[in-house]
Every structure is written in structure tokens, then in C-alpha cells.
Design a protein around this ligand. Structure first.
Ligand code: HEC
Length: 178
């Protein structure tokens, strides 16, 4: 009986302490919406998001870029190597490092059906995720998603082009690599 009473008291104490903790967090010093702040030079407590912040709510899909140039491809290349290559491989063949260690392997971008797929399918996979693949909408903003799609197109072409169909200058450069 006595043991039971002690246990009850301990339980109540634990509850009370847990309650205190919550109150401490709840009543801590913080800046409320519209409050002044002496910390920032402009005196405002509310701050604008830092450049490059991606909205948590997915923004409506944007139109694909009208100009596809070397700068866009370079950006897409860099973003692809960071976000996609770990699984899809740097060549988009589906043999990324994470797959080599056991994650389910995606199919190659350069083979059917993805070779013929419209650009919107790649954009949608990044925005919403696809099967085992998580969405990237909170990490890659819409212009960068399109830059990645453009770069995937370049990867697909690089693996589906007949050497004889290249312009002579490009063909010479390629053959010099052998
Ligand atoms: C953690 C590993 C992983 C990463 C990182 C990843 N993917 Fe995937 N992706 C997969 C897997 C696995 C599948 C196949 C999913 C399935 O079939 O269930 C897939 C499928 C796809 C597909 C096929 C969708 C379709 O409609 O058939 C596209 C396109 C794609 N990924 C694009 C990307 C792009 C672009 C990135 C980089 C922004 C990326 N993935 C990053 C694992 C990944």
C-alpha cells in the first residue's frame, strides 16, 4: 500500500515537472509577429527569408524555360550531380552510389520509356516523388528543376547519338579522345 502511494506521488511529480518544462518553453523570450527588435539594424523582428529559400508549400508548376543555353545546362549539371546522381548515377544510367549499396535501382534515363518521356514527367517526378523516390520540391526550386530536366535531356542524347551524325568538328574532338 505504502509502495503504491510512493509510486503515485512519483508519477504526479513527474507529471508536474513535465508540465513545468512545457511552460518554460512556452513562456520563453521570443519575438512576436510585428514586434520590434533591437538586434536588427532596421528595428524589425520579422525577417525576409534568406535568398534561395524554397517554399514548403509547393509553388504552382512553372512553365519550362524558353531559352536553353550552356549556362542553364551547367546549372542543371551541377544540381543533378548533387541531388540525382547519388541514385541515378552521373550518367543517368541508374547505377548511383546509393543503389550500389542496396537501394532499389531506377531505370536508365537513356532507355525506354524515359528516353521518349515528355519533359513534364521528369519535372513531376522531382516535384511529387515517384514510387521509392522521395519528392524534392522542398529542396529544388522550379527553375532548377527545369535546369535538371534540360541536363537529363543532354544525358539522354549523349547516349543515343550515332557518331557519324555529329558535325565534323565535334566528331573529330570525340575521336581525338580515343
Ligand atoms: C534516393 C535515391 C534517388 C534519388 C536521390 C533520386 N531518385 Fe529518381 N528514382 C529513384 C528510384 C528508386 C526510382 C524508381 C522508383 C520506382 O520505380 O518505384 C526513381 C525514378 C525516377 C524517375 C522515373 C519517373 C517515371 O515517371 O517513371 C525520374 C524521372 C527520376 N527518378 C528523376 C530523378 C531526378 C531528376 C532526381 C534528382 C532531382 C532524382 N530522381 C533523385 C531513386 C532516386
Amino acid at each position: 500500500m505504502r509502495g503504491g502511494g510512493l509510486l503515485l506521488a512519483a508519477a504526479l511529480l513527474a507529471l508536474a515537472l513535465a508540465g513545468c518544462k512545457r511552460q518554460d518553453m512556452y513562456t520563453q523570450n521570443r519575438v512576436q509577429t510585428w514586434d520590434r527588435s533591437r538586434f536588427f539594424a532596421d528595428g524589425l523582428g520579422m525577417r525576409a527569408p534568406v535568398p534561395g529559400t524554397v517554399a514548403r508549400e509547393s509553388p504552382p508548376p512553372t512553365a519550362p524555360p524558353t531559352v536553353i543555353d550552356a549556362a542553364l545546362l551547367a546549372r542543371g549539371h551541377q544540381r543533378f550531380d548533387i541531388f540525382c546522381a547519388p541514385c541515378h548515377g552521373r550518367a543517368g544510367d541508374g547505377h548511383g552510389m546509393i543503389v550500389e549499396r542496396g537501394f532499389p535501382g531506377p531505370t536508365s534515363f537513356a532507355a525506354s520509356p524515359l528516353r521518349e518521356a515528355p519533359a513534364a514527367r521528369f519535372y513531376a517526378a522531382m516535384t511529387k516523388g515517384y514510387g521509392e523516390m522521395a519528392p524534392f520540391a522542398d529542396r529544388i526550386d522550379p527553375p532548377d528543376r527545369w535546369a535538371i530536366v534540360a541536363y537529363i535531356r543532354a544525358l539522354q542524347r549523349s547516349q543515343n547519338t550515332v557518331v557519324a551524325s555529329l558535325p565534323p568538328a565535334d566528331r573529330a574532338r570525340l575521336e581525338a579522345l580515343k
